[in-house]
Design a protein around this ligand. Sequence first.
Ligand code: EPZ
Length: 418
Amino acid sequence: MEKIVVKKSQPLSGRVRTSGAKNAALPILAATLLGTEDIVLEDVPGLRDVDIMIEVLESLGSVVERLGKNRLKINSKGLNGYTTSYDLMGKMRASFLVMGPLLARMGKTVNSLPGGCNIGARPIDLHLKGFEALGAVIEDNVGDITASCDKLKGTTIYLDFPSVGATENIIMAAVLADGETVLENAAQEPEIVDLANFLRKMGAKVVGAGTSTIRIRGVERLGGCTHQIIPDRIEAGTFMVAAAITGGDVTIDNVIVSHIKPVIAKLEEAGCDVTEGDDSVRVTGRGVKNLKIKTLPYPGFPTDMQAQFMALTTVLNGKSSVKETVFENRFMHADELMKMGAEITIEDREATVIGPAKLRGAKVKATDLRAGAALILAGLVAEGKTEIYDIYHIDRGYEDIEAKFRSLGAHIERVDED
Ligand code: EPZ
């Protein structure tokens, strides 16, 4: 097993380019199951989760060709299955995103229930409610979920919570259904807009993505297309916080500025200077002023930036608060930060952080991919050496993370565990 070792570093400076968004690439890869002609995807991030999703597609009969580090060619004309294997589902819960496309294309899909993970139970009731509303029969056979329906029928569906995955799965099920589907209280994340744009290029009729009401008019079949995955707004946010926590001067290239507005606003509130370019953002100066963070569905402050900002608040002046409203257990990184000397108390779903703490290096573990990123950020300013274990979490969501941090002057390396 490997670990990442981070040592106290100078203020980071320089330029770094974000990769394609993991949370756009995964639903779009699942949506390729709907296509009957060649699809070329560009800016696909080189991540463990992407590799697993490719394995899932191939297990169902898709032909996947790697055209280069971040380019894929996929053809799903000859799909020959609708069952996702237990071990692949166990490796990555986002494999569950193949249910909608398989139900639409094959009339049936069988998946083992995706596991929860460290940040919460991660139920799928809203996904299944959507499939049922479209006419699917759902059977739960001791952990194996089967959904079947010869021809889905468009209808109006109201999501109790704007779930990202449920919104994506229902859109992908509805694109081949009879008639129109109206999805209300839908999630509005940019990754859903990217999925809708991809589906439209394939011939689907989807309007309203990015708002809380999405309309899908079913069509007979979907073809192929070429599509570039949008930049990863969470990776961009992570490097923005790296500049703020070290008091550096970092420019992040390949960003869609409108996607990172909540992060820009919070860093400016902390006292950083943020300069917006056409497809870049520059963060200079140390964050000093304490913050009040509350995670919300998009366009609110992203839960996937909560851990990184908690790391920042440990070195801000005064009392900060971090409220997590999206997941029920996304504070596992607080214990690890406290091992480094952070002063954090947690009450229900609100963390109170007293800064500035004199962080010191320690042996810590990544409890989810964003928590792992947060520990790298804390390690940049902690005295001495920080050793981060369970870094497979980090590799799920960050491409070439040490190389990118090193290019900004960070003392960071990946070594074999002793
Ligand atoms: C997506 O997960 C992302 N993953 C997550 O990113 C992200 O944190 C999350 O959206 C919220 O933005 C991918 O896109 C692959 P949800 P997803 O369904 O779809 C509850 C990362 O760090 N819920 O919006 O699973 C659920 O329990 C990962 O890159 C139900 O109750 O998120 C949670 O509390 C982590 N029933 C809340 O909704 C359901 O049927 C948000 O979940 C579905 C969800």
